[in-house]
Write a new protein. Structure first.
Length: 283
């Protein structure tokens, strides 16, 4: 009996959040590193389905770096990184596109559709969803077809939402000349959240949030981020998340969360409980 009452308590705790978030827009980035384990993939899709059923407008952006590396190796190519960016020659771009759009994206939408979510897979190239320009590495080196987002076709996303579809975006972009670009998925998620003025931007990754001086912190203010990068506390894969988070918040996104995608139902815990888990980034 106690156990049943406890379940009711949990549902009641979620009530104000459900009321608040009905009709809200959440942009969720699903990290490649969180996507590898089948069990957690299932928990994640269940969480997305639940959010969808309580009326949250979801836009999902996924990564897939590990899947790309695997395929490159199978084809006898060695992945090369320059200043944290994948060196993307024409052949690599083809492989990136095949893996992200053809495999990773389709796997996610099939799974979402199985859970009753009307998921629709998109590459950033579809309908000029993600317009991009060629990026230079920090040290000015040419890194091939790696892009920065220049604009997001929010009209397409709104149209899909009005028709009841949940867009699932593979992080590629296109320029006015029709060149395709490989773009960091964190940056795509940040740009989409910014363009939609989303209520929340959530990064699901493979660690419990942002660690500062060896400890995971509950809250980080946008003005503290530059200092943590300078001191080297934030580096590598956490850089595009925190930098995009800062830009998104400055453009009106209410809150950004960085949580562990390889924890059972971490998304629901963060969104529907008072304690929350992971790190939140606020103004
Ligand atoms: N301050 C920090 N706190 C926590 N993790 C950090 C920090 N600075 C850097 N990192 C690194 O960032 C990693 C997460 O980024 P990573 O790019 O590896 O994953 P992802 O973005 O979720 O996946 P993908 O890039 O495939 O989409 C962590 O595993 C950790 O090694
Ligand atoms: Mg990453």
């Amino acid at each position: 009996m106690d156990e049943i009452i406890e379940k009711a308590r949990i549902l009641v705790e979620a009530l104000p959040y459900i009321r608040n978030f009905n009709g809200a827009t959440f942009v969720i980035k699903y990290g490649g590193s969180a996507m590898t384990d089948g069990k957690y993939k299932e928990f994640f899709i269940e969480d997305i389905a639940l959010l969808n059923y309580v009326g949250v407008k979801i836009v999902l952006v996924h990564g897939g770096g590990e899947n790309i590396n695997e395929m490159l190796k199978k084809l006898g190519k060695t992945p090369v990184f320059v200043d944290g960016h994948r060196m993307t020659d024409e052949e690599t771009l083809d492989i990136v596109e095949m893996v992200l759009v053809g495999k990773v994206n389709k796997e996610i939408i099939k799974n979402m559709n199985l859970h009753g979510v009307n998921a629709i897979g998109l590459s950033g190239e579809d309908g000029n969803l993600i317009m991009a320009k060629r990026k230079k590495s920090q040290k000015g080196k040419d890194i091939g077809f790696v892009g920065d987002v220049t604009s997001v076709n929010t009209k397409l996303l709104r149209t899909l939402d009005e028709q009841g579809y949940v867009p699932v975006i593979a992080p590629l972009g296109v320029d006015e000349l029709g060149n395709g670009y490989n773009i960091n998925a964190d940056m795509v998620a940040g740009a989409v959240a910014k363009a939609l003025k989303a209520d929340k931007l959530v990064y699901l990754t493979d660690t419990d949030g942002v660690k500062i001086k060896g400890k995971y912190v509950h809250t980080i203010k946008t003005r503290e981020i530059a200092g943590h990068i300078k001191s080297g506390e934030i580096f590598g894969g956490m850089l595009p998340k925190t930098l995009s988070a800062k830009a998104a918040i400055e453009a009106g996104v209410k809150k950004v969360h960085i949580i562990n995608g390889i924890k059972e139902h971490s998304l629901l815990l963060e969104i529907f409980t008072n304690e929350g888990i992971g790190t939140e980034i606020v103004k």
